[in-house]
Write a protein that binds this ligand. Sequence first.
Ligand SMILES: [Zn+2]
Length: 77
Amino acid sequence: MADPTTQTCPICGVQIVPGGLGGDRVIFSSGPQGTRSKLWARVCQFNKQPGCINEQGKSETISSDDYYKDAPSPAPE
Ligand SMILES: [Zn+2]
């Protein structure tokens, strides 16, 4: 069952969990969790529809790691 604080983007269908100090976490339908910038890089930028709750993702720094490839990465702090 989803956490009540979890938001689901009605456009992208991806869940965003408010994460406090470490920033929000994004739960993809498959693969590891990511960040808002990763969600933007992978999903929202392609949908680009009003109502997307991750509009702010595009204004965050998007690293090359945010784009699709799912290479192993260090565990977040
Ligand atoms: Zn979205």
